[in-house]
Design a protein around this ligand. Sequence first.
Ligand code: FRU
Length: 497
Amino acid sequence: MASQILRDARAYEEIMEEKIQREKRPVFHLSPRVGWMNDPNGFSYYNGEYHLFYQYYPYKPVWGLMHWGHAVSKDLLHWEYLPAAIAPDTMQDKDGCFSGSAAALPDGRQLLMYTGVAKEMQPDGSIKEVQTQCLAVGDGKDYEKYKKNPVLTQKDFPEDGDKYNFRDPKLWQEEDGSYRCVVGNCTVDGDGRILLFQSKDGFSWEFCLVLAENKGRFGQMWECPDFFSLDKKQVLITSPQYMIPKGLEYHNGNGTLCLIGTFDKETNCFTEEYNQAIDYGIDFYAPQTLLAPDGRRIMIGWMQNWDTCNLHREEQQPWFGQMSLPRELSIKGGRLIQQPIRELETMRTEQIIYNDVSVQGVVQLDGVKGRKIDMELNIRPCNKEEIFKKFAVRFAQNDICHTAVSFRPHESIVKVDRKFSGSRRAIIHQRRCLVNTEDGKLKLRIILDRFSAEVFINDGEQVMTITFYTDQSADGISFYADGKAVIDVVKYNLKEE
Ligand code: FRU
């Protein structure tokens, strides 16, 4: 029987969802049923459908007492809301059900593992939030909290770990049927690390070891880990808090980190080889992956930056927060490659093709406009000896507004810029990243939904994601070159139904 707190949330979201017009939401990026959304949780394939839960505060479009929202989809693009899955209604999680994950149990039920937060008064009168790992079991819609919660506490990891920063379990099932999970943590002096735990049945857990340590390199506390094998390598992703930029990497404060290396299953030893940011735009955090039935490793993130949540705040705004487009992952040359899920191609309509268009100054192309589009651009100079200084594509454009992606071949830099997107806030609007380019060539795939752009560079070597809230009537697209560039354009509208 659902608690009163959960029943209230379910009743509220059902009524409020009706009041939000479809045109006021993104088309194929999940937004909260009502109120606030952050991290993806429990991203998984279960009983023939993809499940996506999320950090959820239904009552206001701001972060609050965390519940788990819930949606299901057959294709990761069209989502159907289910009732909120869990609410902060037990002793261990009375101050929030924080991030976590999902896996199937042998008896067919679905197991959710999440962080329970409970405030604790300190001897000096201050209040701190103790974080423990908890379970809930259900049928894909209704869940019951496990009676023996919490299943992991500070007693389960070495004493140098911080019990106030122990969160975001990501669990998975091994081939032998046993379970494992990684949990974000930091040392008592604030240095991020990831802990590995194991369990025979998914209910009783034990500590294995400290899987990875920051040692002062990437921010502080490490949130939202995930750990999986991919293309004969092992990948650890995490979202460190308070990062310091290094060159053109790690500019997002609370940003993303991907460590690629090898894993020895006998000794549980993870050896790091490469590190990189996951997304080079502004709005991407706390990604989580699933293994699809066809073997694809698919990642989704919260399409938002914690520090820029007030880019667009309206008093009466019914929802805030979006998920990214799910991305297919692979590894090439020690780099994480991300491609939009191929299911997106089924939403393509009204193809428009232009080949060998010469761009010098500003160029507009008939039929190339729109705010829900999938557009591929091949950019090159007219000849190798005459490489243009800068190329740019502007979109969500009208007389006042536009958002731009620009490319400077001599510096190997791509930049996204939303400063003219209609924002009235003095917050970060630009981000640059270093790309591979030879002789002034570059490939871009730009995916626009109502409130976002995801820019896939050179077949997914880099992705730059930004949100923006330009009026939907601003649907112009134009191209610009300082010097002479030549482009091929393939553009599709993305269907709404
Ligand atoms: C990351 C995070 C998680 C936590 C959740 C709370 O964005 O801070 O570490 O579980 O959000 O909503």
